[in-house]
Design a protein around this ligand. Sequence first.
Ligand code: C2E
Ligand code: MG
Ligand code: MG
Length: 451
Amino acid sequence: MKSAGNPLPQVSQNELQAMAYSDPLTGLGNRYRLRDKVRLLAAERAQDPAPFTVCIANLDGFKPINDLFGAEAGDEILCQVAHRLKACIPDGATVTRHDGDEFAFVLPLVFERNGAERIGQMIKDVLSAPYDLGDRNVRLSASFGFAIYPFAGEDFEELLKSAETALYRSKRRGRGQITVYSREIAQEMKRATQLEQALRNAIIADAVDVHFQPIVRIKDGGVVGFEALARWIDADLGFVSPAVFVPVAEERGFIDALSETLLRKAAEAALSWPRELFLSFNLSSAQLMDPGTTDTILSTLARVGLDPYRLELEITETAVMTSADTAQRIITDLRHQGVRISLDDFGTGQSSLGRLRDFTFDKVKIDRAFVSRITTDRASEHIVKAIIAMCEGLDLQVVAEGIETSADADKLKELGCGMGQGYYYGRPADGAATLRYLNDHFREFVTIERV
Ligand code: C2E
Ligand code: MG
Ligand code: MG
């Protein structure tokens, strides 16, 4: 149809072709350019079986910059990224803008994993230098997924899917990661996805349970509280350790739902214990980065009717380090409401004694790694002794984790350790078994069942 009035500028066939194949913002090729390059190369290499490599790179931390400084600044960064990429890719390689903050490469002379990792590292370094936005500098990193033809796929769609799988794995592992697709990695991703699906279903079906392990006064073995530990037995996967499924829930973004259910169940159980016993609950590191955590915890306690003074939250040093400001806020707000904070697995994380001064904790839990060797290894004994002395000086309570024998318990008593936890005193057990334990171990405690 002819347009009336001003005619559209004449565009030649060639120009149209070029427009269809290029990204208007950065001037790089687009997805169609990438597809054609890969198809061409695959056709050439089908006779000559030499491999080549496809890569997708995704900028880390681009979205917050875009949100904070505006879309114009975001566009400026994407153009600077494109410029750097064009300048640094090897001869014969192609770079295209794939999608949003994602770029893709075709690397005809990269044949194997080491070569791919080297190029990934080089590009990552180039992209990590500061970006000039006029009055300020910003920094970014990038994650990479590589797929090598023909092992990771014989046609464009398959290769791209493999590169995306590799990139997804890199993204899940944090910033600046480089993954080269392999069958093992595909398997690993598949297992994680199966686990994720099964866990999501288990949460909906209310099949994730919570068990309790006693924490005692070492002096006389009297129970003072219980640590809640998540338990899940899947029909197909069998017993899955919380050390495996909690990180999956964190990485895939549903730790809040899981943790809320667990805290509710644990708090409900704690209602039938003697009032002087505390409930110790593990908080995951992702929750310490989420400003909504304080409200979620307090409203769960309110709904169940458990006094915040009876709750302790176990957090790890690494979690505190990752997002210090938010973590500090959460800790302070919860402590104001009476919740106490324990530093879990002390001595194994990204330890910094300074943290003990900067943050206000109530308790330190000495990691099992030291406690389990306390009677056989002088160094462990000295470390435990030093932690106990330090806690005394800082007016912090101290719990030794993983006490398995009476010899461990005797040694800790001798060193003046206040509290302990471990198989020697009691294994984690379900709610009913915990009430039986209390009947046997807590003076004057009679459960409703027995009355
Ligand atoms: P954690 O918080 O350090 O918990 C102590 C772990 O040591 C538990 O493992 C417990 O069963 C085990 N343990 C206790 N005493 C002994 C002992 O004497 N010997 C030995 N060998 N082990 C002992 P579990 O239940 O497998 O939990 C592993 C980790 O998973 C926990 O370490 C915690 O980091 C995480 N986790 C467990 N439940 C939850 C939860 O509800 N939420 C979150 N965010 N994390 C949880
Ligand atoms: Mg713990
Ligand atoms: Mg621990």
